[in-house]
Design a protein around this ligand. Structure first.
Ligand code: MG
Length: 333
């Protein structure tokens, strides 16, 4: 079909997704143009075949959905509103047009779910399939028009640490997609879905920032690692109570031995980790459309350690099943 044919196809597909109100020029010119106000947010993420996904384990439609969803997750972690996205596709010459259509359809579904328009992009030939999405959004503002943002450096000693949803499901799903048989068919489906179809809790992030949460990160590399980024940026340590980490019944059933390790370090959860005074977290818990579990607290610690404690307060060694370990080894073998 060639680059120009594909771009026309892309433009046609994305036009169906509707245009954001501030858009002046969408796909088809040298650049997109839109009216902007307030504080803009921008983030980008690349998914590479063989590193982040492997076809055909990941259906094209899910790939399109996830390519946008992982970027929405970053905007959610800032407490912002996603608005428009750019898509860069690197595709081998033999790629089927039907597969590209599926990818676009998946991305459009995510765009609809998260009220995001795709306003442009690029297509290049390449030996490897790569999907890059750049997402532009906006910060919410307070009554005086000042931006409301959650940052990695915004935590204070005494803050409660909370996470949305359940952790580890996506990593468990990856293991099943890679051929491990575990748990009931129902549990396996649920875990695979978590891996193939990330659902970042965007509304909860916006609610949190409105209610006064000022520190957050999205859990993409694994709970302990991402919490480590908050500790580094905030100059604090963190204590996590292992038994309070939300683990789904499906994960417990499929991987009874590894459930905690997967929840602590599996990665690609695309849930939110929040740090705020306990009363603020309680307020958000009462209103959010997703479960929010308090799992620990931020503490003064010059060494900025993340410590995992068991029920008796004894320190546990970080269970091993991190992103590098799991993904690096699994995808490349
Ligand atoms: Mg992130």
């Amino acid at each position: 079909m060639g680059e120009f044919g594909l771009i026309a196809r892309l433009a046609e597909a994305f036009a169906k997704g509707g245009q954001p109100s501030g858009l002046v020029i969408g796909i088809g010119d040298d650049a997109a143009a839109w009216r902007a106000s307030g504080v803009q947010l921008v983030t980008t993420d690349t998914l590479i075949e063989g590193t982040h996904f492997r076809l055909p384990h990941v259906p094209w439609r899910d790939l399109g959905w996830n390519a946008l969803a992982v970027n929405v997750s970053d905007i959610a972690a800032m407490g912002g509103i996603p608005e428009q996205a750019l898509l860069t596709l690197a595709l081998p010459a033999q790629t089927e047009v039907a597969d590209v259509d599926e990818l676009l359809a998946g991305m459009l579904e995510a765009g609809k779910e998260y009220a995001t328009a795709i306003v442009g992009g690029d297509i290049v030939g390449c030996d490897t399939t790569m999907v890059t999405v750049t997402l532009i959004g906006q910060a919410l503002v307070d009554d005086r028009g000042e931006p409301l943002l959650m940052t990695r450096s915004g935590a204070h000693a005494g803050d409660a640490i909370a996470v949305t949803g359940c952790l580890g499901d996506s990593a468990g799903g990856l293991r099943i997609l890679l051929g491990e048989s575990a748990g009931s068919a129902e549990a396996a489906d649920c875990l695979k879905r978590a891996h193939l179809h990330h659902r970042p809790p965007l509304a909860a992030g916006q609610m949190a920032v409105r209610d006064g949460v000022r520190a957050a990160i999205d859990v993409s590399d694994g709970l302990l690692q991402d919490l480590g980024h908050v500790c580094q940026a905030s100059g604090l340590g963190a204590i996590v109570h292992a038994q309070r980490i939300p683990i789904s019944p499906a994960l417990r059933q499929a991987f009874p031995q590894d459930a905690l390790a997967l929840a602590c370090g599996g990665g690609e959860d695309y849930q939110l980790l929040l740090a705020a005074p306990p009363g603020v977290i309680e307020r958000v818990q009462g209103k959010a459309d997703v479960p929010i579990a308090v799992i620990g607290e931020m503490v003064a610690d010059r060494q900025r350690r993340v410590r995992l404690l068991d029920e008796d307060g004894r320190e546990l060694a970080p269970p091993r099943a991190g992103w590098d370990h799991l993904r690096g080894a699994a995808w490349r073998r």
